[in-house]
Design a protein around this ligand. Structure first.
Ligand code: ADP
Ligand code: MG
Length: 902
């Protein structure tokens, strides 16, 4: 078969063999063609027509036009495919035999950078690596956003290392994750945990497992890519990383002692080189980060709280906190806001500094608007730089980079107007990159062509030879025009034209009808249906001159542009720093804008164990109600304190009340306000006081989660285990309808024991919403537990949810009342009341048994057995009883009680 291949197909075969795991886009003229299985896949995924290259139809084929390839490529990448681009490396016109072709780049989900990227979102290519053995074992996670050059790494140690690493990945939501071949990561998490790093035996913090999805695998988004395992070795990856970052030691980047993080980062560099992702000059810094630097939010909470993405994909982004808080002016600001929400601060000094700056700007409309207006027209500096580095930026993009730089002095003066605090620091350290702006403005014309090859991007006066050549080719074109004029006169053919095309160069075109009038010195070049094309020695000479001049000036333009690019890239670190500062300015301005616009207040954040707010609202729900004209959000208050002795208030709130009463909203609101405050954002409340929180845990019980279609109870218990094992006294814990996924008594018992443990052992600020009314009895014994309920009002037209939260336990039979109002038949309602009574007696007795201090007498009174005796006593006509009968009855009742049977 191989011998039967045409030379082009042999070329194809070689390229495909080198990239078996990618769809090969093979450039043939104006098309990218796909063959064999690639063609079948692409035809299916892109709805292209499958054709065949040969008559026997043995080679399936399909193609996309070269100029329209972008959209198709994006669609394939989004579906998780990899694509190798095999380009023509020489001009088909000049190629002597078959055109040389080479794979110039492999596009993968995590490396494909294009203009269509969501501006507010980072695109992560992540990598996970294990290093060390037993006691020193650790798991590193590294990630890069190629579109901006942001590169970072972290590391986890101990028995929970894998779980934490997976959680970090899940939170990051990378487009692609790299892992070492043979580590089993791609297949199941189980093998990763057991095969690569087994939890240390004596580690008491060992978690029961990583966050799991329906099939036991971690819920990781994005493609997973296996990479040669040697790329994940310390000996290879670390030196490679040092070389890329041009440093002798990684210690300066905070990487000292973090081998696993270094290996993960080095493996990313290896992968970028192996897939030929451009020059990578902007990739010159790596940042080591610790999760403990910030308020930790695990992946489950990030999802449950809808911080950046809606819980249900069918819902729009309006349900997210990010959407509600985003009035940023620049893409850098939006990305920073998003990142900030996922990693709120945990340093009082930083939080206060930001709140100060926000307060200052919130109170000063003129200066605030000055800053925000100065950001008008500031484009995505980081990504433009990224495109310059990846050589995907054309002259227009560099000019728009220059235009953005030109706005920076104005932005700095606007910021300097505040003249104090963080604003002042920002103004003073702000690098407006004037030299780079000048360099671009000096080199490129104001409105260059899209492609450099179109010519004319470089300004006059930059290069003397270029100016000469341009003069030459433009005078050449004038001479051509003159020739046309002259020849028309000479031949008397008024329709004679001088034309140019890329195959035949310049020619004189004469219609067939006029062919007889052509002079003898014309040399025939080509015959068309209606016309003849000629050349002359004069035209040929001129053509050579023009074309050489154009070719040469193209060369010079390319050289100058490449120089410019290189010079810009030597300053990449400065550009990135400025970009980071713009992002911060934007973020501060954004928070100030929201505070002023919505009347939000400054939270007071301190080191206490307090979480307290008064007149507070859920920012997302409030805004949604407003926009739908669906009424006002009912403000509510909360007071929790996790101080050692509990003297200042309860640490655990048990929230009961009917369905739809507002329990879940109340819980989420507490978490969102905490996150906002620790991001340095003002909050929708009359007043808020917050003692720093180290972690937030949010779990939503099975029934609220049913729509997600998971094996819910196991998931819920795994998540609860994680909380009980890792929460600290500084944490904020939200448990919503725990234990619903199993039998009533199972669920109740688990919820009961969990509340006790949280109260007695963990001591964290906790909000526990439950439908287990029985739990409210715990308040009798647990001093720092307080019962609150969401209130409702019955009215003629039905039930009104008041959405206020007040002290006390909810009325248990409320469900039946709701059912009555809903119109259930009276007989059913009555019967339900009877059944409920029986159950209540039984339940209340059992529950009280679990409370050791509760009155013993009362307990036995309400067993179902005693109830019968009680009923008999009740039925006795005491006045009609003789003393003897009374004695006999007493003896009988006692016998029954002792005998245990009626
Ligand atoms: P529960 O968890 O008690 O079943 P939810 O928290 O899910 O109740 O709230 C039910 C509905 O009531 C939601 O649509 C929510 O938007 C609305 N809601 C909740 N709290 C308030 C409030 N304080 N003011 C106005 N509407 C509210
Ligand atoms: Mg609820």
């Amino acid at each position: 078969m191989e011998s039967g291949l045409t030379p082009v197909m042999r070329q194809y075969r070689a390229a495909k063999d080198a990239h078996p795991d990618a769809l090969l886009f093979f450039r043939l003229g104006d098309f990218y063609e796909l063959f064999y299985d690639d063609a079948i896949i692409a035809a299916r995924e892109l709805q292209l027509t499958l054709t065949s290259r040969d008559k026997t139809k043995s080679v399936p084929m399909c193609g996309v036009p070269y100029h329209a390839a972008g959209g198709y490529l994006q669609r394939l990448l989004r579906k998780g495919y990899r694509v190798a681009l095999c380009e023509q490396m020489e001009d088909p016109k000049t190629a002597k035999t078959i055109v040389r072709r080479e794979v110039t780049r492999v596009l993968t989900p995590g490396t494909a950078v294009d203009a269509a990227l969501e501006a507010s979102q980072s695109q992560w290519l992540a990598s996970v690596a294990a290093a060390g053995k037993d006691a020193t074992a650790s798991v590193g996670v590294a990630a890069i956003d190629l579109s901006t050059g942001e590169f970072r790494a972290t590391e986890f140690a101990g028995g929970t290392a894998w779980a934490l690493a997976l959680d970090e990945l899940a939170r990051m939501r990378p487009a692609e994750v790299l892992f070492a071949r043979g580590s089993g990561f791609g297949a199941t998490t189980q093998s990763v945990r057991q095969g690569v790093l087994s939890p240390a035996q004596d580690d008491t913090t060992v978690m029961s497992g990583p966050p799991v999805g329906e099939d036991g695998a971690p819920e990781l988004s994005g493609a997973r890519t296996e990479v040669e395992e040697w790329a994940f070795t310390e000996e290879y990856a670390i030196p490679l990383l040092r070389q890329q970052l041009k440093v002798h030691s990684l210690d300066g980047m905070g990487m000292a002692g973090h081998v696993a993080a270094g290996v993960a980062a080095g493996a990313i560099v290896h992968y970028l080189r192996a897939t030929k992702q451009g020059a990578l000059e902007h990739l010159d810094a790596l940042r080591y980060y610790e999760r403990s630097d910030c308020l930790e939010l695990d992946a489950v909470s990030v999802r449950n709280l809808e911080l950046v993405e809606p819980l249900f994909s069918s819902e729009g982004p309006q349900t997210t906190l990010f959407w509600t808080l985003d009035a940023c002016c620049t893409p850098m600001g939006k990305r920073t806001l998003r990142a900030q929400l996922l990693r709120p601060m945990q340093s009082l000094t930083d939080i206060d500094a930001r709140l100060d700056a926000v307060g200052l700007a919130a109170a000063d409309l003129r200066r605030r608007e000055g800053v925000r207006r100065a950001m008008d027209g500031v484009l995505d500096l980081e990504r433009l730089l990224g495109r310059v580095a990846m050589e995907t930026a054309g002259p227009r993009e560099v000019v728009s980079l220059g235009a953005t730089l030109a706005r920076l002095p104005g932005l700095r003066s606007a910021v300097a107007e505040f003249a104090s605090g963080r604003w002042d620091e920002l103004a003073k350290s702000f690098d407006t990159l004037d030299d780079l702006q000048e360099m671009i403005a000096r080199t490129l014309v104001d409105e260059p062509p899209v492609a450099l090859s179109d010519g004319g991007a470089i300004r006059e006066g930059i290069d003397a030879e270029l100016d000469d050549l341009r003069g030459l080719s433009s005078s050449g074109r004038q001479r051509i025009a003159a020739i046309e004029e002259r020849e028309r006169e000479r031949t008397g053919i008024a329709s004679l034209k001088v034309r140019f095309n890329s195959v035949f160069g310049y020619y004189l075109e004469v219609t067939k009808a006029n062919a007889k009038a052509v002079p003898a010195d014309y040399e025939r070049k080509q015959t068309l249906v209606n016309a003849e094309r000629f050349t002359t020695s004069e035209l040929k000479e001129l053509e050579t001159k023009i074309l050489t001049a154009q070719e040469r000036s193209g060369e010079i333009e390319r050289r100058i542009f490449a120089d410019l690019r290189r010079q810009l890239l030597t300053q990449a670190a400065r550009v990135r720093e400025t970009s980071r500062q713009i992002a911060e300015i934007d973020l501060l301005g954004n928070f100030a804008h929201l505070a002023a616009l919505r009347g939000w207040v400054r939270p007071s954040v301190d080191a206490s164990g307090v979480l307290e707010f008064i007149g507070a609202r859920h920012p997302v729900v409030e805004r949604r109600l407003e926009e739908q004209g669906a009424g006002r959000f009912v403000p509510n208050s909360l007071s929790l304190c996790a101080s050692e002795d509990g003297s200042e208030g309860p640490s655990l709130l048990l929230i009961t009340g009917p369905n739809m009463g507002g329990k879940s909203t109340y819980l989420r609101q507490a978490a969102l306000l905490t996150i906002m405050a620790q991001c340095g954002c003002f909050v929708p409340a009359e007043r808020m006081r917050l003692g720093l929180v180290d972690r937030i845990y949010t779990r939503i019980g099975a029934s609220d989660n049913v729509a997600r279609g998971r094996s819910t109870f196991m998931v819920e218990m795994t998540e609860t285990a994680a909380i009980l094992n890792t929460a600290t006294a500084r944490s904020l814990i939200l448990l919503d309808e725990m234990g619903r996924g199993t039998a009533t008594y199972d669920g109740l018992s688990l919820a009961w024991a969990t509340v006790e443990h949280l109260h007695d052992t963990v001591g964290a600020r906790t909000l526990f919403a439950t439908h287990y009314h029985e739990l409210t009895l715990l308040a009798e014994r647990l001093l720092r537990l307080k019962n609150v309920r969401v209130t409702v009002k019955e009215s003629a037209g039905g039930i009104v949810f008041l959405h206020t939260v007040e002290a006390g336990a909810a009325n248990k039979s409320y469900g039946i009342e709701v059912a009555r109002l809903a119109g259930l038949p009276q007989a059913v309602i009555e019967r339900a009341r009877e059944v409920l009574k029986v159950h209540e007696r039984a339940e209340s007795q059992q529950v009280r048994e679990a409370v050791p201090d509760a009155a013993k007498v009362q307990m036995t009174m309400f067993t179902p057995l005693s109830q019968k005796i009680v009923d008999r006593i009740e039925a006795v006509d005491v006045d009609g009883l003789t003393p003897r009968e009374a004695l006999a009855l007493l003896a009988e009742l006692q016998r029954e009680l002792k005998g245990g049977g009626a």
